[in-house]
Write a protein that binds this ligand. Structure first.
Ligand code: PLP
Length: 459
């Protein structure tokens, strides 16, 4: 019998009661967000029309290291947290590797992903401020689902702009959001000025997260008692997601383990930023030196092929500009890309850490991702979300390298969600009709040409 159990759940007493704000330990801060109208750094007050006050504060707060999780949020976290830390014994055996593989599984709640961790927090603070109505965008649908659940719980009205190709490919995602009373609109739509403009320029567009964000922000700022919320990229979202890493680190402590390599998939960076937070703290403060690896799709390679530049967070250019690794707000990934992680940019915090050499990034092609997903599912009995399977691919590749080198490394990766709503993609993979798409340098150059010109900052 193995000494270490297959899965470890912390007790409720061991659960973190505070989030950890990684910025407090960063030697250098990400560059400030800029107001597109003035070119000046955004202030907390500038954000009040878009975000509720406490979230605007969290967005700008780079100094408070630990932030108490309010009781009202903990009460909902306790329904589905702590999430398990699982030792992938069966996968290790199948790969015949001396490596120890652990994964933190966030797919055990009804929304099916880690996104609920931030959805609950954002809905809670909106409710506290007396806001009645929220708007958001969703790509694959996980964020919209998580937020619909959180809004139903706190009694808030919700409009979700869903990227059109996902809306069409994943009808059940829409159905779940509607069960929780969300109003789901395919984006780009004719219900907003931004959507009408995008459609006029490109009537056949399958949509992008960037387009959907423009629509959701416009709707929020033009509606009464309404705010916009975002499921990734933002500093506040990484803060809320630190619960993943804090639990994982604690559970590893209980097992007397510490990872040599930490791997996560990266779309906008929220699960990765959350998972790595306390380990990155150790790295930044010189306590430990784990390798930290972001895994992104080859079809949407913001860290590995993007520019570190100021860019809009949306296609319609209504949001503040952030300095991040980006493919250009005009970049629209190939519609044949089924694996999620379609955002053109990356969390400014992670972008800065990557730029300064504290973490690595790699990209993987989708057929390799689905191959890993199916292999993993057969050994570990969890059907992973395609997004999560990017991390599985990279973790398996590391474990295979350990087999070749004979090193018994300890690997921790984030398994962010379930794949039950991605069966069209799984079927395409099984039927052999899935292909890989990698944008050419010319296509990327085209998208980079849409980067904003900011006098004195970025010409
Ligand atoms: C949204 C999502 C991701 C990617 O978003 P990040 O903000 O980069 O974490 C990854 N996995 C799942 C299951 C998701 O729903």
């Amino acid at each position: 019998m193995p000494k270490i159990p297959h899965r470890l759940y912390l007790t409720e007493d061991q659960m973190p009661r505070q989030w950890y704000n990684l910025r407090a330990d960063m030697p250098e801060q990400p560059d400030p967000m800029l107001n597109p109208a003035t070119g000046k750094p955004v202030t907390e007050e500038d954000l009040y029309p878009i975000f509720c006050k406490e979230l605007a504060h969290q967005e700008m707060d780079a100094t408070t290291r630990y932030i108490d999780i309010p009781e009202g949020i903990l009460a909902e976290y306790m329904i589905y947290r702590p999430s398990p830390l699982i030792r992938a014994y069966n996968l290790e055996k199948a790969l015949d590797t001396p490596a120890k593989i652990y994964y933190k599984y966030e797919g055990n709640n009804t929304s099916g992903s880690h996104k609920l961790n931030s959805a609950i927090a954002q809905a809670y603070y909106a409710k506290q401020q007396g806001i009645h109505h929220l708007t958001t965008e969703t790509g694959a649908g996980q964020w919209g689902t998580a937020l619909a659940e959180a809004c139903a719980y706190f009694g808030l009205q919700l409009d979700v702009f869903q990227v059109k190709c996902s809306y069409e490919q994943k009808p059940f995602r829409k159905a779940i959001m509607e069960v929780f009373d969300a109003n789901v609109i395919p984006s780009p739509s004719t219900t907003t000025e931004a959507g009408r403009k995008i459609l006029a320029e490109n009537p056949n567009t399958t949509g992008s997260l960037g387009c959907a964000i423009s629509e959701a922000v416009e709707k929020a700022v033009t509606s009464e008692s309404c705010r916009y919320v975002l499921g990734s990229v933002l500093n506040q979202v990484l803060l809320h997601q630190s619960i993943i890493g804090l639990e994982a680190k604690k559970a590893m402590e209980v097992l007397d383990e510490y990872p040599d390599i930490i791997i996560g998939c990266a779309g906008g960076g929220s699960n990765l930023g959350g998972l790595i937070a306390p380990f990155m703290q150790d790295k930044l403060t010189g306590k430990a030196d784990p390798r930290i690896v972001a895994v992104e799709p080859a079809s949407c390679p913001s860290l590995t092929r993007g520019r570190y530049a100021y860019d809009f967070c949306d296609t319609g250019k209504v949001t503040p500009m952030a300095r991040m690794y980006t493919l250009g707000a005009g970049f629209i990934p190939s519609a044949n890309h089924a694996g999620g992680l379609r955002y053109h940019g990356m969390s400014p915090i992670l972008s800065k850490l990557y730029h300064d050499g504290y973490m690595e990034a790699t990209s993987v092609k989708q057929t390799g991702v689905f191959e890993a997903a199916v292999y993993f599912a057969k050994k570990e009995t969890i059907l992973p979300a395609p997004e999560s399977a990017h991390a599985i691919r990279a973790a398996m590749d590391e474990a295979i390298r350990c087999r070749e080198s004979g090193e018994a490394k300890t690997i921790l990766f984030g398994l962010t969600g379930t794949g039950y709503f991605d069966m069209t993609a799984y079927s395409a993979y099984r039927a052999g009709s899935m292909s890989d798409y990698v944008p050419t340098d010319e296509e990327l150059a085209q998208a980079f040409s849409t980067l904003p010109k900011i006098p004195g900052v970025q010409e």
